[in-house]
Design a protein around this ligand. Structure first.
Ligand code: HEC
Length: 125
């Protein structure tokens, strides 16, 4: 019986830790987002950053849940690390692969996923 309880407590601890690390990733991602992305995409992710007006096209609105749902994590990782030009979108979306590690980009993606009013995990592929 003792061992069972220990097992349960261990499981609960793992669940709590998994939750916390997910929240932490998002919080880290938000910091990077504000530093690197908000100039164009806006701090709230609506595509209304201070530099947006001088761009020939509007930076994406990451709070648009219907649009974000269409984007897989792989697509997000690709466009953020390689830039818009690499995925057939506007080159005014810069490539960040040289400045950000993949972990940082994944944290940013966790943050992006939390922006729409009804968050989703996006398409599977
Ligand atoms: C210099 C301005 C600028 C900066 C800085 C910038 N972006 Fe973008 N981003 C754009 C533009 C413009 C587009 C629209 C490209 C298009 O639609 O063809 C875009 C598109 C995107 C998209 C595609 C969304 C979609 O609907 O296809 C994602 C994701 C994205 N940006 C994430 C980021 C992240 C994350 C950062 C910071 C690491 C960042 N951007 C920094 C200008 C910028």
């Amino acid at each position: 019986m003792r061992i069972r309880w220990a097992g349960l407590a261990g499981l609960a601890l793992i669940l709590v830790l998994a939750r916390t690390s997910e929240a932490q990733d998002k919080a880290e991602g938000r910091k990077y987002y504000v530093t690197y992305c908000s100039g164009c995409h806006g701090e709230s992710g609506k595509g209304d950053g201070p530099a947006a007006e001088s761009l020939p096209m509007k930076p994406a609105n990451h709070t648009d849940g219907a649009a974000m749902k269409q984007l897989s994590d792989k697509f997000l990782l690709d466009i953020i690390s390689k830039g818009g030009g690499a995925v057939g979108k506007s080159p005014f979306m810069p490539a960040w692969g040289n400045q950000l590690r993949e972990k940082q980009i994944r944290d940013i993606i966790a943050h992006l996923r939390s922006l729409p009013a009804s968050p989703s995990t996006g398409k599977a592929k």
